[in-house]
Every structure is written in structure tokens, then in C-alpha cells.
Write a protein that binds this ligand. Structure first.
Ligand code: GDP
Ligand code: ZN
Length: 457
């Protein structure tokens, strides 16, 4: 890669400071054409900072800056890198970038710095994708999951599986190609064991995606209940208490209302539905249809009931509707402050042993509800700090395909097929795993991934 690229690596707009990054064979040379410091950049010691000025050909000073020189290969891209810390704002950053381009650098494409790091073998594809996840992570937990992927935890776990399968495959191929060669032939049992071992690892990774996805994209929680059970109040309470991350309130009150909050480090998207009822009112029925759709695709549903009035026909139908369309729901009894006699409380608990009893008005029971949300999101079985989490849908898909190929390999063994058929399936599995790490990913996939990055990264 001969050309030298340059881009603004910090957020565009008015800020105190900005960083302009340049990478490639001519980075030091180009820097010397616009930078005036105590020392020439070419002769500056690597991995040091130098104070100086960016100056135009006419001698006009553009900005006072700090220039960092990093010589290949110990750099982000493994190429020569120069980083210029200048004052923020469109004018200064734009002027400096233009000067660098005038002197021979090319504007970097989105993600191109990271793409070079990948192409130069510093990181693999799953790590490159993690770079983007770290940038976009919205809570502490999701950023931790992305960071561990960036450190290569997923890659090293995958590489162990890949190595095992590759060895087996190589052994099979020797057996097939050189039957006369005197060596220990691999038994079907050994192949079977290796495939099973790989599958159980892959299964665990695939399972982690449920939590990985929640950490990355957040958990989709839909609040459903008759009118006046307290849906808006609950949404407001959780939003007020857990700083909203994104606000998205569509036009009418009949519409679904969404709010993303941070509960215990997990991004949770709460959706308040209009009451789900059978109705003649056309506007309301649109609300109902949308509510049903939201109910179906939610990760979790909160069925909100009024503790002073929960045995009616309407609530029974609502409860059946939820059970018919959702595997995961929590029944919440609200307005417990209005329930004065103990026998009603007993009755509610007897009939709904898993329910959470709250009063939004008196603010009781809500911490229990929050804890239930967190437990569901993290699933107590996952040890988040030690388990490698798959957070990326593309990775999950390839893992599933690899698992499918191993399943076929085992099937082939069971039905007495010859080793060459088994070998084909193992190869397919390896190909899918290689698409995650980038070993077998084609140009198109790689370009699609990097084009989603921001410029300067
Ligand atoms: P929605 O129609 O389901 O969205 O219900 P709202 O949140 O608008 O609440 C309906 C009414 O119930 C409002 O007057 C709230 O103040 C009231 N409400 C909500 N939660 C409680 C509660 O825990 N106790 C009492 N006493 N009233 C509540
Ligand atoms: Zn409401």
C-alpha cells in the first residue's frame, strides 16, 4: 500500500482539540512540508511529541500544534503514522487536512486506518469490528464486551477451534492422499470426537450471542396493559431514575412511545403501548396492531395490571394474548398502595407467584422490578467477565453455519460415509469460521464492514 492517507480522527464540529491522523510511507515527508518545529519530523525520535506550527507555503500560520511521530511497525496501522493535535473547529482542522492533501496525502475513507491495521495483519476482522463497537458502545457493560473482543478474546477462542479442526482435516487428507505412507491412521472415532468438541465450543459462543446482542443493541422491553394501569407512569419513573439515552416520541398519544434507559449498565429500550383492546375505532386499531407487533418481537414483555381491578374479562384476554405471543414476560401488579386488606395481597400472590408487586406512586417494589430486568438480560448462568461474548450478528450467523457443517460431518460419520465426505464438511465449517476472523472473508464482506466506520478511524 503505497499511498499515504489523512483524516480527522476526532468528532467533527466545535471542540477544544482535534486530532488529524496520517498514515503511510510518505507521512513524515508530508508532515515536514507543513510543520515547523525544533526538529524535522523525519529525524524526530519515534513515539515522541514535538511542539510546532502548521504553516502554509506563504508562511501563514494555521495553528499551533503538537505532533506525534510513530514509525512503523509499532503503530495502529503498522505503517508510519503522524498525529497532529490541533485546535478544534471546522476551520483549523479543515485547513490542516487540506494542506496535507495538497502535499500528497489522500483523504482517508471511512474505517481506512483500521482496515490497514487489518490488512497489515495487526488485528483480525472480528477485532476490527470491535473497534467500531467500542466507539458506539452506550453503556459500561457493552463497552467492556467490545473491548474484550478488541483484545482478541473471541479470536483466540476461535483460533483454538480452527487449529483443532485444521489438524484433523490435515490428518484425514494425508490418510486419503498417501494410503501407502506408513503412519497411524485417524480413526472415525477420533474425527467424531474432534467435531463434537468443536461443536460444543461453538454452541457456547452461539448461546452467548443472546447476551452479547442485549449488551450491544440493548434489550427490547414492551409494557402492555389496559388503559390507566400505569404504563406511562412506569415509563416515566424508569426514565427519570435511569437517565434516558435516546428520546424518541412520535406524534400522537395513541402511538407507541419509546425511551432507552440505562439500567445497571444495560441499555434497555422501553416501549409503552396503547392499550391492547379489540376495538372498532380505526385509529385505535392501528395502535393495537402495532402493539401486537411490538409484543411479538420484544425480548421481554411487562404485563401491567391494576391491583385493585385485575380479575376482569379484559385482563384475562390480555394475559392470554401475551402468553400466546411471548415466551418471556413478567406480570406486574401496580397501585399496591391502594390495596388495604392483606387477603387481596395473598390472593394476588397465590394466583401469580412470579409477579412483581409495585406502587409507582409510592415508589415501592420498583427496585425488585429493575433487578428482574437485569437478571433477565444477563441470565444468571453467564459469567460475563470470563465468558467470551459474541456481540455481532454476522459472527453469530457464521458460527451457526459452521455448527451446521459439523452436524453434517457427524451425520456423515453416523451413516457410514467415507472420510472424503466428512473432510468436505470440515472444510465448510472452517471456511465459515475463517469469515469471522477474516482469514477467508472475501473483499466484498471486508469492504462492507469497513464502510460502516466513521472517517478517521
Ligand atoms: P396508562 O394509561 O396505563 O399509561 O396509565 P397512567 O400511567 O397514565 O396512569 C393512570 C392513572 O393511574 C394516573 O392517574 C396515575 O397517576 C395513576 N397511577 C399510576 N400508578 C399508580 C400507583 O402506583 N398508585 C396509584 N394510586 N395511582 C397510580
Ligand atoms: Zn399511558
Amino acid at each position: 500500500m503505497e499511498d499515504t492517507i489523512a483524516g480527522i480522527s476526532t468528532a467533527v464540529g466545535n471542540a477544544g482539540l482535534a486530532v488529524i491522523r496520517m498514515s503511510g510511507g510518505k507521512a513524515f515527508e508530508i508532515a515536514d512540508m507543513v510543520f515547523r518545529g525544533r526538529e524535522k519530523v523525519v529525524s524526530q525520535k519515534s513515539h515522541t511529541l514535538q511542539y510546532g506550527r502548521i504553516v502554509t507555503d506563504d508562511g501563514e500560520i494555521v495553528d499551533e500544534v503538537l505532533l506525534t511521530k510513530m514509525a512503523a511497525p509499532r503503530t495502529y496501522t503498522r505503517e508510519d503514522v503522524v498525529e497532529i493535535s490541533c485546535h478544534g473547529g471546522y476551520y483549523v482542522t479543515g485547513s490542516i487536512l487540506n494542506l496535507l492533501i495538497e502535499k500528497g496525502a489522500r483523504p482517508a475513507e471511512p474505517g481506512e486506518f483500521t482496515k490497514r491495521a487489518f490488512l497489515n495483519g495487526r488485528i483480525d476482522l472480528s477485532q476490527a469490528e470491535a473497534v467500531m463497537d467500542v466507539i458506539q458502545a452506550r453503556t459500561s457493560k457493552s463497552s467492556r464486551a467490545a473491548l474484550s473482543q478488541l483484545e482478541g478474546k473471541l479470536s483466540s477462542e476461535l483460533n483454538a477451534i480452527i487449529d483443532g479442526l485444521t489438524n484433523t482435516l490435515a490428518h484425514i487428507e494425508v490418510d486419503l492422499d498417501y494410503p501407502e505412507y506408513d503412519h497411524e491412521e485417524l480413526s472415525m472415532k477420533q474425527v467424531e470426537d474432534e467435531a463434537k468438541k468443536a461443536m460444543s465450543h461453538l454452541d457456547r459462543l452461539i448461546e452467548s450471542f443472546h447476551y452479547g446482542k442485549i449488551l450491544r443493541e440493548g434489550m427490547d422491553v414492551v409494557i402492555i396493559g389496559r388503559p390507566n394501569t400505569g404504563k406511562s407512569s412506569l415509563l416515566n419513573y424508569l426514565t427519570r431514575k435511569n437517565r434516558a439515552i435516546v428520546t424518541d416520541i412520535p406524534g400522537t398519544t395513541r402511538d407507541v412511545i419509546e425511551e432507552t434507559v440505562n439500567i445497571g449498565g444495560i441499555p434497555i429500550k422501553l416501549t409503552d403501548t396503547a392499550g391492547v383492546r379489540e376495538t372498532e375505532d380505526p385509529v385505535e386499531s392501528i395502535g393495537v396492531a402495532r402493539s401486537l407487533e411490538a409484543l411479538k418481537k420484544a425480548d421481554l414483555v411487562l404485563l401491567l395490571l391494576d391491583a385493585t381491578d385485575w380479575q376482569g374479562e379484559e385482563d384475562k384476554r390480555l394475559s392470554e394474548l401475551v402468553k400466546a405471543h411471548q415466551e418471556h414476560f413478567i406480570t406486574v401488579f401496580n397501585k399496591m398502595d391502594l390495596v388495604k386488606d392483606e387477603s387481596t395481597v395473598q390472593e394476588i400472590m397465590k394466583q401469580n407467584p412470579d409477579a412483581v408487586l409495585v406502587s409507582i406512586k409510592a415508589e415501592t417494589g420498583l427496585d425488585v422490578l429493575e433487578k428482574r430486568l437485569i437478571d433477565f438480560a444477563l441470565g444468571n448462568k453467564m459469567d460475563l467477565d470470563n465468558q467470551v461474548l459474541v456481540t455481532n450478528a454476522r459472527h453469530e450467523q457464521q458460527l451457526r453455519l459452521a455448527c451446521g457443517a459439523l452436524e453434517s460431518a457427524l451425520e456423515a460419520i453416523r451413516s457410514g460415509m467415507t472420510l472424503d465426505i466428512v473432510a468436505l464438511e470440515l472444510k465448510t465449517a472452517l471456511e465459515h469460521l475463517g469469515r469471522i476472523t477474516g482469514q477467508t472473508a472475501d473483499e466484498e464482506i471486508i469492504n462492507a464492514i469497513f464502510s460502516r466506520f466513521c472517517i478517521g478511524k
